[in-house]
Design a protein around this ligand. Structure first.
Ligand SMILES: C[S@@+](CC[C@H](N)C(=O)[O-])C[C@H]1O[C@@H](n2cnc3c(N)ncnc32)[C@H](O)[C@@H]1O
Length: 157
């Protein structure tokens, strides 16, 4: 996806939601270079990477969102927000469907508060399986974010 049209540029501040075990962070580190920032968040611990500022916790919690904001010393907002967050699917279609919608909605809310104007959001949507087949994953890339009615200014998180 990045090769078709660059998603992350040198010097960017990148937020990676649901980053464990850390492969997206690793790629983001290479792309942002020494002047960039990568902040990774996951409920699961990730072994340290060179540049990534890692936060352990549930990204949907205000306390964790406050910690994310505290990592943004050099910039006010992130240039790119990535979300590969995936709910724990329990095999009950209606519950899994709702959990998938909820996690995407949380990613949108976080991005809404933390993405700069004209920033980019890449978010995974998990479509729970109708049968025992594997669930489908769709990635949506939303560009040129316009912070109209920004609901979550960083100062209020
Ligand atoms: C598919 S993995 C991410 C893989 C990662 N992008 C990589 O490149 O290594 C999904 C991750 O989302 C995390 N996750 C799900 N819900 C979360 C939440 N509310 N807050 C933080 N992390 C969450 C899970 O713990 C899991 O590690």
């Amino acid at each position: 996806m990045h090769e078709m049209s660059p998603l992350i540029n040198p010097g960017d501040a990148v937020l990676d939601l649901g980053c464990a075990p850390g492969s997206w962070c690793q790629v983001a580190e290479e792309l942002v270079g020494p002047k960039g920032i990568v902040v990774g968040v996951d409920r699961v611990y990730v072994p340290p990477l060179t540049l990534t500022r890692f936060i352990v916790g549930d990204a949907t919690l205000p306390s964790i969102q406050k910690s994310i904001r505290e990592q943004l010393i050099e910039k006010e907002y992130f240039d790119v927000v990535l979300s590969d967050m995936c709910p724990n699917l329990i095999g009950i279609k209606s519950a899994d469907h709702q959990a998938s919608l909820n996690i995407v909605n949380e990613a949108l809310k976080i991005a809404h508060g933390m993405l700069k104007e004209n920033g980019t959001l890449l978010v995974k949507i998990v479509k729970p399986p109708a049968s025992k087949k594997e669930s489908a994953e769709i990635y949506i890339r939303a560009e040129k974010f316009h912070p109209l009615n920004r609901k979550y200014p960083l100062s209020l998180i």
